[in-house]
Design a protein around this ligand. Structure first.
Ligand code: BG6
Ligand code: MG
Length: 213
């Protein structure tokens, strides 16, 4: 396989923020009187902020007004942003920085394909934004994951075909998006993905770029 580019999901692949999203959603669920644990959170990984709140309401069989819905979205984001105030390079997941440096040395392009509307802010806090030819996030797409738009846009911006491009994902919705888009789908750090991916890695340290590029 000859790979020309890499697309990284953000939360849970590049950085540890997936846990912060969980804690913030748990807080929202508590406000709504809906029970919510880490297993429930698996269904939220990778999907947009709006779709996440819809899922929590479904879990609790609740309906709320549009106004309250939007208020909860704002509060969840405030809670989340507050919890990542001190985010820095120590919060990068194992192997990330080494892989980005190696890809750069080998002349491979890298992109971020994230559902988060906070992606650019987070990447700049982590001081890794300069490694990416393209950043496509929740602000740039009409159809969130599991739709492949976010990755297709990333590939287009890098000028590569999906089949020449690896997508690294930790979420079921992201893997579905990568496969639908015709990308090479690598599941990272979430063993529940093993049966649904082209390749599985416990973390990015285990990824050998030389094997694929
Ligand atoms: C995804 C995360 O990357 O972004 C989800 O996996 C999160 O947990 C979603 O809800 C939206 O993020 P944000 O930062 O726009 O609320
Ligand atoms: Mg993720």
């Amino acid at each position: 396989m000859k790979i020309k580019a890499l697309i990284f999901d953000l939360d849970g692949v590049l950085v540890t923020t997936e846990h912060n999203h969980f804690v913030a959603w748990k807080n929202t669920a508590e406000v709504l009187g809906i029970s919510f644990d880490e297993e429930d959170n698996e269904q939220l990984k990778g999907i947009s902020r709006v779709d996440s709140l819809k899922k929590i309401l479904e879990m609790g069989s609740k309906t709320i007004s549009e106004e309250y819905f939007n208020e909860l979205l704002l509060k969840k984001n405030e809670f989340y942003l507050n919890s990542i105030q001190n985010l820095n390079q120590t919060n990068l997941l194992p192997g990330v920085l080494e892989l980005l440096k190696k890809a750069k040395d080998m002349g491979l392009k890298c992109a971020v394909g994230s559902s988060s509307k906070n992606a650019r802010f987070i990447l700049s806090k982590l001081e890794i934004d300069t490694y990416f030819t393209a950043i496509v996030d929740g602000n740039d797409v009409s159809y969130p994951k599991p739709h492949p738009e976010v990755f297709i846009k990333g590939a287009e911006l890098m000028g590569v075909e999906p089949s020449q491009c690896i997508v690294f994902e930790d979420a079921q919705s992201g893997i579905q998006a990568a496969i639908k888009g015709g990308f090479v789908a690598f599941g990272v750090g979430n063993a529940a993905l093993i049966d649904h991916v082209d390749y599985y890695l416990p973390n990015l340290i285990e990824f050998s770029l030389e094997e694929y590029a």
